[in-house]
Design a protein around this ligand. Structure first.
Ligand code: FES
Ligand SMILES: [Fe+2]
Length: 322
């Protein structure tokens, strides 16, 4: 396939997604890779194809002593450089292909083997500083092209359709949109209907959502969209991550952080229940977005336009002029 946005930095995973000494398979721009993290937190990545008879290395297992991966077919062993390991020792030139990563704390980035064209964005590390990490949710492979998948993050008219349930958003006026190269910032407000008693019972995090919520979005094209909600009990930060798996498949997941204070959190178990309910609402949002994007027919020239769509033109332009 023709690579999508070659040279852009992609956030492949957060460390918490990896486990220890477990093969983790991912696909980027049409190529499958296997990644593993050892007990010391060192991370290795190879192309997933065994150089012997092309078995998928990710179906194999990790040898802890030599920090290598063993092929599931004939049990040949390769270290993180792609060299053959025999009797616990790596020998000769690499024969499996290594992928270079940029590991920054808990964030695992890669340029997918291309010459970097943008620096690794510091949006996540800067904005999440000092906040509580709540977890990663909504890890989904969307059966849709990258451009369609990213556009929904810049679409301020889909709340009443795609997300008509849960948050009951009546209106979401956009107060400002400031594009600045590959970065952009949007300020908007959610005006919500009241939730029914039953909805709150099913989803206690709704209890802490006011009728009016101030949101800030920060974009770092193409990998990251930060959605920051200002609630009376504090701030919730959601980093929506995207990368192209192939021409028609896009990976997404959300990193969630919060700085939350409420007298309700003194009730035993309330904080946990609240956080669980928040994370499952975010996962639901991802499911709704992914479902909507995956259901679209092939693009045609729109015969009608809505307000606030200039933000969509901005991201289309960045994509097409890459
Ligand atoms: S295919 Fe991997 S060892 Fe033979
Ligand atoms: Fe959405």
């Amino acid at each position: 396939m023709k690579p999508i946005l070659p040279g852009s930095p992609w956030l492949i995973a957060h460390r918490s997604m990896l486990g220890i000494n477990k093969p983790y398979k991912f696909t980027l721009n049409g190529q499958d890779y296997v990644l593993w993290q050892n007990r010391e937190g060192e991370i290795s990545t190879l192309e997933n194809v065994c150089p012997h008879m092309q078995a998928p290395l990710s179906n194999g297992w990790i040898c802890e002593a030599s920090n290598s991966i063993q092929c599931p077919f004939h049990a040949l062993e390769f270290d993180g450089e792609g060299r053959l390991v025999k009797d616990g020792k790596a020998k000769g030139e690499p024969i499996a292909k290594k992928l270079n990563l940029v590991v920054q704390g808990d964030f695992i980035w890669t340029y997918g083997g291309y010459e970097p064209r943008l620096p690794i964005p510091d949006l996540i590390s800067e904005r999440s500083q000092g906040l509580r990490f709540l977890g990663v949710v909504g890890c989904t492979s969307i059966p849709a092209a990258f451009l369609n998948s990213i556009k929904i993050n810049y679409d301020f008219n889909h709340q009443n359709g795609v997300h008509r349930e849960i948050f009951r958003i009546r209106e979401n006026p956009v107060e400002s949109f400031e594009p600045n190269g590959f970065e952009a910032r949007v300020v908007q407000t959610f005006l919500r209907e009241r939730n029914s008693f039953n909805e709150i019972l099913k989803n206690p995090s709704l209890l802490t959502l006011p009728q009016k919520i101030k949101n800030e979005l920060e974009y770092s094209f193409p990998s990251t969209t930060l959605f920051k909600a200002q609630l009376p009990i504090g701030e919730i930060l959601q980093f929506f991550i995207l990368y192209p798996e192939s021409e028609h498949q896009t990976r997404t997941f959300v990193l969630c952080y919060g700085s939350l204070h409420s007298p309700l959190f003194h009730i035993p178990g309330f904080r946990n229940a609240w956080e669980r309910s928040l994370l499952s609402s975010i996962a639901k949002v991802v499911e709704q977005d992914s479902g909507a994007v995956a259901s679209l027919y092939p693009p045609q020239k729109p015969k009608i336009r809505l307000p606030k769509e200039e933000i969509l033109f901005y991201v289309e332009k960045l994509y097409h002029e890459w």
